[in-house]
Design a protein around this ligand. Structure first.
Ligand SMILES: Cc1cc2nc3c(=O)[nH]c(=O)nc-3n(C[C@H](O)[C@H](O)[C@H](O)COP(=O)(O)OP(=O)(O)OC[C@H]3O[C@@H](n4cnc5c(N)ncnc54)[C@H](O)[C@@H]3O)c2cc1C
Length: 230
């Protein structure tokens, strides 16, 4: 069947964007965290200079024709230009479908990485908070925090198996909570010092707003936030 003029224009525009602005990379490995529907994708991104990553980065990937989604690289190795992303695929959407279909050897297209402007405070105790979509971002926060002993993290992620996987393979500092209420209770119990604790909250907009409000109520001022989806 002959393509409509609109889809011909879209195809041409897509090819133009691809050749002028997008970079190419490869999928090295894909692991599905069955229980939580998190998908871990290991990538080789040869055109990315990871040496400059002093702030937590994000990368806009082409997930379908004209659809792009942001994901947070972590565990990067500047020598080999490799990194991983973790995609929360427990919903319907172009990003989620893309992640479910990816396999080792596939190519990926992405724009030049951008900065979230978040970076760990140089001396404060650092606390990262979020949900399943922000685990990658928090692992990047961990990578940039030296020494890592001054870091604590908590995410809403109600799956025991994923909790063990996270702790054993990525971060013993990460605490998992089954709900916002559990996370809020945990936060209150920690009694973080107001004078020298910096918070980083990411993920679902509602969660980010609620946690910021709670921390403000507790007297905290050093709070950086970025909503990922609503
Ligand atoms: C700077 C930045 C970094 C990000 N990093 C990551 C990352 O590392 N990993 C990651 O998974 N996401 C990350 N995101 C979010 C990501 O860009 C997409 O918004 C998200 O994956 C949803 O895209 P989608 O196409 O699957 O669904 P969409 O088409 O955008 O949404 C479809 C529906 O699903 C709902 N929805 C969207 N996301 C979720 C979710 N996680 N859980 C439940 N329901 C959802 C929406 O409310 C909507 O109703 C980041 C966003 C930003 C701004």
């Amino acid at each position: 069947m002959k393509k409509s003029i609109l889809s011909q224009i879209k195809d041409k525009a897509g090819k133009l964007i691809e050749s002028q602005l997008l970079n190419a990379g490869n999928v090295l490995n894909v692991r599905s965290w069955e229980e939580s529907r998190l998908i871990e994708i290991e990538l080789h991104l040869p055109s990315v200079n990871m040496r400059d990553w002093r702030q937590i980065p994000y990368i806009k990937f082409r997930v379908d024709g004209f659809s792009f989604r942001d994901y947070s690289p972590f565990g990067w190795d500047e020598e080999t230009s490799t990194c991983s992303i973790l995609i929360d695929a427990d919903h319907q959407g172009p990003g989620s479908s893309w992640a479910k279909k990816l396999k080792s050897g596939d190519s990926v297209s992405y724009f030049r990485p951008e900065s979230t402007r978040q970076f760990p405070h140089p001396t404060d105790f650092v606390v990262g908070l979020g949900d399943a979509s922000s685990v990658g971002h928090l692992l990047a926060l961990q990578q940039l925090t030296v020494p890592v002993s001054r870091l604590d993290m908590a995410v809403v992620l109600d799956k025991t198996q994923s909790t063990n996987l996270l702790r054993d393979n990525f971060s013993p500092a990460i605490n998992t909570m089954s709900s916002y209420d559990e996370l809020a209770d945990w936060l209150i119990k920690q009694q973080y010092a107001i004078a020298n604790t910096s918070f980083y909250i990411n993920g679902n907009h509602q969660l980010v707003v609620a946690l910021r409000k709670l921390l403000k109520k507790m007297g905290h001022e050093q709070i950086r936030v970025k909503g990922f989806w609503s």
